[in-house]
Design a protein around this ligand. Sequence first.
Ligand code: ADP
Ligand code: MG
Length: 702
Amino acid sequence: MQDPHIWQTALTYLRGVGPRRAEILKEELHLHSYADLVEYFPRRYLDYGQITPILQARVDQDAVFRGKLGPFQIRPIAGGKRALLATTLYDGQAGIELVWYQGWEWVRQRFSAGQEVLVIGRPTSQKRRLHIPHPEVIPLGGEPQQIHKFLRVYPVYPLTEKVRQAGLDDKRFRMLFDELYRLTHFEREDPIPETLRDRYGLLPLTESLRAIHLPTHLEEVEKARYRFKFQEFFLLQVLLIKRKYFLKSQYTAPGFVQVGPLVKEFYEKHLPFPLTEAQKRVIREIRRDMAMNAPMNRLIQGDVGSGKTIVALFAALIAIGNGYQVALMAPTEVLAEQHARSFRKWLAPMGLGVGLLLGSTPPSQKKRLMSQLATGELACIIGTHALFQKPVVYHRLGLTIIDEQHKFGVRQRAALWEKAHPYRPHNLLLTATPIPRTLALSVYGDVDVSIIDELPPGRQPIKTWVRTESHRREVWNLLRAELEKGRQAYIIYPLVEESEKLDLKAVEEGYELIRRAFPDYPAGMIHGRMSSERKEREMQLFKLGHTRILVGTTVVEVGVDVPNATVLVVEHADRFGLSQLHQLRGRVGRGEHASYAIFMAPDTLSENALERLRALAQYQDGFRISEIDLRLRGPGDFLGTKQSGLPEFKMADLIEDQAILRQARLAAEELVAQDPSLQQYPALQAYLNEYASKYSLELFTA
Ligand code: ADP
Ligand code: MG
């Protein structure tokens, strides 16, 4: 094997590049070194065996044509200062013009009219006539001079116009790989250990690189692509699983070997309803985690209304029953109050108090709560960001529960966890935003995930309509009928960050419209520009039934429980993601009454876009909807910039390649379990270091 440092060589030293092109490769494609180039993968392949009839040539579609060259012509351009070379390729049915604007002397020398050739190129159109600028022409039966000339399959790399203009067109760019291969034979240390390659049927790295860049047939390209997809998933998974191991081995948590007396008492005497099977399963998972001396880091994903709160209560009962404290943190005061109400109702019969600590709690009360926490007199505290502020000291914090965990930053979650110093508390994270399982493996790979995939019995499905503007009257009639029955309604407007002002206007106008259309029913308004006190007050007025219609943006929080609200109208539903609409739908259907979710769209909306919305009418299951949403929008948009700590995959596709992801996860788990520090795998370590620095992954746990 040659000196591995050769891979750090700057591209300017590669024959065919030079300083000017090196600069352009850097700027346009972010390629600096030999290593970067060899990892720059083709976008697709042209199969030589696959000849396109000239009649089927299309603008901007690379293709291989086969035919006979016509006579060559030289035509003056640029006012006679220069000249182009043109000829026509005929395949017996049609002809297409081939044009060279410069550097064509060699073409003229090498080819002549009547010669049988293959032509590879990308047709463009000028004055509605197709021609191929600077095609690659390969004489049939001629002397092969480059490795590529032996091949049947041509890689096509994603190049930019600037790169092409600098003289690195498809052909010359491909030739860089001939040269690189001559120098290195693509010999690199393989990050995937041989044992795993054997088990999972993966080609070695060197062979894969050769197959990707210098393929002889498409089957080997497929095998190499499989290997690289696997590698991309594998590297990320090893990183995440290593991290999970690190968290478990680095910190100690109190192990609650006994479940404690409170769980039994609650379960036998005070359980308000039979638990669903899913709830029981998740409680068992939590119970197992909390028996360990390593901190639990478990995320519970469950649709709105799936009953996460009582699952969290069981976790709390384990900790309190073992003499430790519990802190439950929610992103808003309304949600914190709601949780406090549930917990108080459930815990009061057992003589357990629940503290509520909010930003707005009066100082004297805050002081009392804080002293009760410090002495251990208070076992259960519920609150907002106030819970992790500096002056708050816990006596023995054994469990933290974080609701709507994605509303908190990594540091905020960590600040709460540090309150248990010198050990770590067990951590339970809750989210009502289900994401598809395989995506969860990548986003939440360093925590354990539990899923509540069952709703409590007797829940009525929410009647879901997709309606266009011309059906407004029908929608208002339904709304009026519900209001007359004493029910309440939400009207939601989209919020797009770039045009906050416009959105505000839309909400305000919507509010006026509603007041005029329904003068007999008090309406409230809520949006992001209001102070948090104003927002809280508007929410309270609605909860208490003083306002009957609430017009607002999506600040109407996830998890807010107003059982009397039975109608949700979402304006411009086409501007929301499906998962978000599903979340919003969870605002209704929380009581005994039949509920309606109505998604409004402009009359001009395309049939496709309407079809997308209709998926909501078809499915009530958040996981199902999130999968559809992911397919439609792709992982980046789906997760949003905020939540996505996801690296970009070059080859792998989180949607199409889920089976490979599962395999890679398995392989990574085996490897890390067998050698958590990866000491036996220096090549893998080197790759991981590079990978981690390249993507500066924001890991889920801090
Ligand atoms: P979420 O998962 O959205 O936080 P909650 O915990 O607020 O859901 O539960 C939604 C409602 O369902 C609550 O009123 C809760 O008391 C009730 N609930 C939860 N589990 C069950 C169950 N197993 N049977 C009946 N009702 C349940
Ligand atoms: Mg909840």
